[in-house]
Write a protein of this length. Sequence first.
Lengths: 130, 132
Amino acid sequence: MPIDASLVGREFPPTRPFVVTEEDVAAFAAATGTRSARVPATFPIVVTFRALLDFLEAEQVDLSRIVHGDQKFSYERPVRVGDELTATLTVTGLRQIDGADILRTTSAITDAEGGLVCRTGATLVHRGNA
Amino acid sequence: MTPLVQGAELHAQEFVVRRSDLVAYAAASGDHNPIHQDEAVAVAVGLPGVVAHGMYTMALAARAVAEWTGDAEVLDLSCTFTHPVVVPEDGGATIRVGGVVKSVADDRVTLVLEVTCEGRKVLGAPKAVVRA
Protein backbone atom coordinates (compact mmCIF):
# COMPACT_ATOMS: atom_id res chain seq x y z
CA MET A 1 0.00 0.00 0.00
CA PRO A 2 1.59 3.29 -1.06
CA ILE A 3 2.03 5.98 1.55
CA ASP A 4 -0.46 8.82 1.26
CA ALA A 5 1.05 11.69 -0.75
CA SER A 6 -0.94 14.26 1.22
CA LEU A 7 1.47 13.66 4.14
CA VAL A 8 4.06 15.91 2.53
CA GLY A 9 4.45 19.08 4.54
CA ARG A 10 2.67 17.67 7.52
CA GLU A 11 4.23 18.16 10.95
CA PHE A 12 3.43 15.37 13.38
CA PRO A 13 2.79 15.99 17.09
CA PRO A 14 5.95 16.15 19.24
CA THR A 15 7.03 12.92 20.92
CA ARG A 16 6.64 12.55 24.65
CA PRO A 17 9.69 14.08 26.40
CA PHE A 18 12.63 11.70 26.68
CA VAL A 19 14.94 12.27 29.63
CA VAL A 20 18.52 11.32 28.78
CA THR A 21 19.90 9.21 31.63
CA GLU A 22 23.42 7.95 32.33
CA GLU A 23 22.07 4.42 31.83
CA ASP A 24 20.61 5.21 28.40
CA VAL A 25 23.87 6.72 27.22
CA ALA A 26 25.96 3.91 28.70
CA ALA A 27 23.81 1.23 27.03
CA PHE A 28 23.97 3.01 23.67
CA ALA A 29 27.72 3.50 23.91
CA ALA A 30 28.32 -0.09 25.07
CA ALA A 31 26.34 -1.56 22.16
CA THR A 32 28.70 0.15 19.71
CA GLY A 33 31.85 -0.16 21.84
CA THR A 34 32.12 3.61 22.15
CA ARG A 35 34.38 4.91 24.92
CA SER A 36 33.73 8.60 25.14
CA ALA A 37 32.95 11.13 27.83
CA ARG A 38 30.36 12.60 25.48
CA VAL A 39 26.92 11.43 24.52
CA PRO A 40 27.49 9.58 21.20
CA ALA A 41 26.82 11.75 18.14
CA THR A 42 24.15 9.40 16.80
CA PHE A 43 22.31 9.15 20.15
CA PRO A 44 19.46 11.51 19.12
CA ILE A 45 18.22 8.68 16.89
CA VAL A 46 16.72 7.27 20.10
CA VAL A 47 14.39 10.27 20.17
CA THR A 48 13.74 10.54 16.44
CA PHE A 49 13.06 6.82 16.24
CA ARG A 50 10.19 7.29 18.67
CA ALA A 51 8.80 9.95 16.37
CA LEU A 52 9.17 7.54 13.46
CA LEU A 53 7.35 4.77 15.33
CA ASP A 54 4.50 7.14 16.13
CA PHE A 55 4.36 8.11 12.47
CA LEU A 56 4.39 4.50 11.22
CA GLU A 57 1.68 3.57 13.67
CA ALA A 58 -0.47 6.50 12.56
CA GLU A 59 0.01 5.53 8.92
CA GLN A 60 -0.26 1.77 9.60
CA VAL A 61 3.11 1.04 8.03
CA ASP A 62 5.00 -2.09 9.07
CA LEU A 63 8.48 -1.29 10.43
CA SER A 64 10.00 -4.43 8.85
CA ARG A 65 9.26 -2.89 5.42
CA ILE A 66 11.26 0.23 6.19
CA VAL A 67 14.90 0.58 5.18
CA HIS A 68 16.98 3.58 6.13
CA GLY A 69 18.19 5.55 3.11
CA ASP A 70 20.21 8.34 4.67
CA GLN A 71 20.68 10.19 7.93
CA LYS A 72 22.01 13.56 8.94
CA PHE A 73 22.54 15.28 12.29
CA SER A 74 23.18 19.01 12.55
CA TYR A 75 23.89 20.09 16.09
CA GLU A 76 23.17 23.38 17.78
CA ARG A 77 24.67 22.07 21.00
CA PRO A 78 25.78 18.69 22.34
CA VAL A 79 23.26 16.41 24.02
CA ARG A 80 23.92 16.07 27.75
CA VAL A 81 22.77 13.66 30.43
CA GLY A 82 19.69 15.16 32.05
CA ASP A 83 18.38 16.73 28.85
CA GLU A 84 14.66 16.32 28.33
CA LEU A 85 14.36 15.92 24.58
CA THR A 86 11.39 16.01 22.25
CA ALA A 87 11.36 15.27 18.52
CA THR A 88 8.96 16.88 16.09
CA LEU A 89 8.86 15.09 12.76
CA THR A 90 7.90 16.67 9.47
CA VAL A 91 7.44 14.83 6.17
CA THR A 92 9.24 16.93 3.59
CA GLY A 93 9.01 14.76 0.50
CA LEU A 94 7.60 11.59 -0.97
CA ARG A 95 8.22 9.89 -4.28
CA GLN A 96 7.70 6.41 -5.64
CA ILE A 97 10.44 4.44 -7.36
CA ASP A 98 9.99 0.82 -8.46
CA GLY A 99 7.08 0.27 -6.11
CA ALA A 100 8.92 1.71 -3.11
CA ASP A 101 7.97 4.90 -1.32
CA ILE A 102 10.93 7.19 -0.71
CA LEU A 103 10.01 9.32 2.25
CA ARG A 104 12.02 12.38 3.30
CA THR A 105 11.66 13.49 6.89
CA THR A 106 13.22 16.07 9.14
CA SER A 107 12.98 16.22 12.91
CA ALA A 108 13.71 19.07 15.24
CA ILE A 109 15.01 17.92 18.60
CA THR A 110 14.35 20.42 21.32
CA ASP A 111 15.06 20.60 25.04
CA ALA A 112 12.69 21.25 27.95
CA GLU A 113 12.95 25.01 27.36
CA GLY A 114 12.08 24.56 23.69
CA GLY A 115 15.62 25.34 22.58
CA LEU A 116 16.86 23.60 19.46
CA VAL A 117 19.47 20.94 20.22
CA CYS A 118 19.76 19.18 16.89
CA ARG A 119 18.11 18.96 13.52
CA THR A 120 18.00 15.55 11.91
CA GLY A 121 17.14 14.53 8.39
CA ALA A 122 16.32 11.01 7.28
CA THR A 123 15.25 9.29 4.11
CA LEU A 124 13.18 6.17 4.67
CA VAL A 125 12.49 3.62 1.99
CA HIS A 126 9.20 1.77 2.34
CA ARG A 127 9.17 -1.43 0.36
CA GLY A 128 5.57 -2.34 -0.31
CA ASN A 129 4.15 -5.84 -0.21
CA ALA A 130 5.48 -7.88 -3.08
CA MET B 1 46.48 11.13 17.76
CA THR B 2 47.06 12.32 14.18
CA PRO B 3 47.19 16.14 13.99
CA LEU B 4 44.00 17.40 12.34
CA VAL B 5 45.56 19.31 9.46
CA GLN B 6 44.17 19.49 5.96
CA GLY B 7 44.96 16.37 3.96
CA ALA B 8 45.93 14.28 6.98
CA GLU B 9 45.06 10.64 6.56
CA LEU B 10 43.45 9.13 9.62
CA HIS B 11 44.46 5.70 10.82
CA ALA B 12 41.78 3.26 9.66
CA GLN B 13 39.91 1.43 12.41
CA GLU B 14 38.23 -1.95 12.21
CA PHE B 15 35.24 -3.01 14.23
CA VAL B 16 33.55 -6.39 14.39
CA VAL B 17 29.77 -6.35 14.60
CA ARG B 18 28.05 -9.49 15.83
CA ARG B 19 24.38 -10.34 16.04
CA SER B 20 24.60 -9.99 19.82
CA ASP B 21 25.73 -6.37 19.27
CA LEU B 22 22.62 -5.79 17.14
CA VAL B 23 20.44 -7.18 19.93
CA ALA B 24 22.12 -4.82 22.41
CA TYR B 25 21.80 -1.93 19.98
CA ALA B 26 18.11 -2.66 19.38
CA ALA B 27 17.48 -2.47 23.12
CA ALA B 28 19.56 0.71 23.53
CA SER B 29 18.13 2.52 20.52
CA GLY B 30 14.55 1.30 20.55
CA ASP B 31 14.87 0.07 16.96
CA HIS B 32 13.50 -3.45 17.18
CA ASN B 33 13.02 -3.86 13.45
CA PRO B 34 13.21 -7.66 13.09
CA ILE B 35 15.32 -7.42 9.91
CA HIS B 36 18.23 -6.76 12.29
CA GLN B 37 17.66 -9.88 14.36
CA ASP B 38 15.50 -12.41 12.55
CA GLU B 39 16.88 -14.14 9.45
CA ALA B 40 13.43 -15.29 8.27
CA VAL B 41 11.95 -11.79 8.37
CA ALA B 42 15.00 -10.28 6.68
CA VAL B 43 14.83 -12.78 3.84
CA ALA B 44 11.04 -12.35 3.54
CA VAL B 45 11.46 -8.64 2.80
CA GLY B 46 14.14 -9.33 0.19
CA LEU B 47 17.35 -8.89 2.17
CA PRO B 48 20.19 -11.41 1.92
CA GLY B 49 20.07 -12.09 5.66
CA VAL B 50 20.18 -10.30 9.01
CA VAL B 51 21.60 -6.83 8.38
CA ALA B 52 23.09 -4.34 10.81
CA HIS B 53 21.05 -1.26 11.60
CA GLY B 54 22.32 1.47 9.29
CA MET B 55 22.53 3.54 12.44
CA TYR B 56 24.81 0.92 13.98
CA THR B 57 27.31 1.39 11.18
CA MET B 58 26.91 5.17 11.44
CA ALA B 59 27.57 4.91 15.18
CA LEU B 60 30.81 3.06 14.41
CA ALA B 61 31.78 5.89 12.07
CA ALA B 62 31.09 8.34 14.92
CA ARG B 63 33.14 6.14 17.23
CA ALA B 64 36.11 6.37 14.87
CA VAL B 65 35.66 10.15 14.65
CA ALA B 66 35.67 10.41 18.46
CA GLU B 67 38.89 8.39 18.65
CA TRP B 68 40.64 10.35 15.89
CA THR B 69 39.69 13.75 17.24
CA GLY B 70 40.24 13.17 20.95
CA ASP B 71 36.51 13.19 21.59
CA ALA B 72 35.84 16.50 19.84
CA GLU B 73 32.36 17.99 19.77
CA VAL B 74 30.51 16.78 16.65
CA LEU B 75 28.69 19.57 14.81
CA ASP B 76 27.46 17.67 11.77
CA LEU B 77 27.36 14.00 10.85
CA SER B 78 25.81 12.58 7.69
CA CYS B 79 25.83 9.62 5.34
CA THR B 80 23.68 7.60 3.02
CA PHE B 81 23.17 3.88 3.50
CA THR B 82 24.28 2.45 0.21
CA HIS B 83 24.75 -1.22 0.88
CA PRO B 84 23.46 -3.41 3.71
CA VAL B 85 25.95 -4.91 6.15
CA VAL B 86 25.02 -8.58 6.32
CA VAL B 87 25.90 -10.02 9.72
CA PRO B 88 26.39 -13.80 9.64
CA GLU B 89 25.40 -15.77 12.71
CA ASP B 90 28.97 -16.99 13.16
CA GLY B 91 31.79 -14.50 13.46
CA GLY B 92 29.88 -11.37 12.54
CA ALA B 93 31.01 -8.77 10.03
CA THR B 94 34.03 -6.47 10.05
CA ILE B 95 33.50 -2.77 9.37
CA ARG B 96 36.49 -0.65 8.42
CA VAL B 97 36.40 3.11 8.92
CA GLY B 98 39.03 5.26 7.26
CA GLY B 99 39.14 8.99 6.88
CA VAL B 100 40.90 12.09 5.64
CA VAL B 101 40.86 15.64 6.96
CA LYS B 102 39.23 17.49 4.11
CA SER B 103 39.41 21.01 5.48
CA VAL B 104 40.16 23.04 8.57
CA ALA B 105 38.43 26.39 8.72
CA ASP B 106 38.19 28.57 11.82
CA ASP B 107 37.17 26.13 14.51
CA ARG B 108 35.64 23.57 12.17
CA VAL B 109 37.35 20.42 10.97
CA THR B 110 35.67 18.47 8.18
CA LEU B 111 36.44 14.77 7.94
CA VAL B 112 35.56 12.72 4.87
CA LEU B 113 35.22 9.07 5.78
CA GLU B 114 35.27 5.79 3.96
CA VAL B 115 33.30 2.99 5.55
CA THR B 116 33.59 -0.47 4.06
CA CYS B 117 32.69 -4.08 4.78
CA GLU B 118 34.66 -6.75 2.93
CA GLY B 119 36.08 -4.05 0.68
CA ARG B 120 32.70 -2.70 -0.33
CA LYS B 121 31.48 0.77 0.61
CA VAL B 122 28.49 0.48 2.90
CA LEU B 123 28.00 4.17 3.61
CA GLY B 124 27.75 6.83 0.91
CA ALA B 125 29.51 10.17 1.40
CA PRO B 126 30.01 9.73 5.14
CA LYS B 127 31.14 13.06 6.55
CA ALA B 128 31.69 14.61 9.96
CA VAL B 129 32.32 18.18 11.03
CA VAL B 130 33.84 18.61 14.48
CA ARG B 131 34.87 21.59 16.55
CA ALA B 132 38.64 21.91 16.61
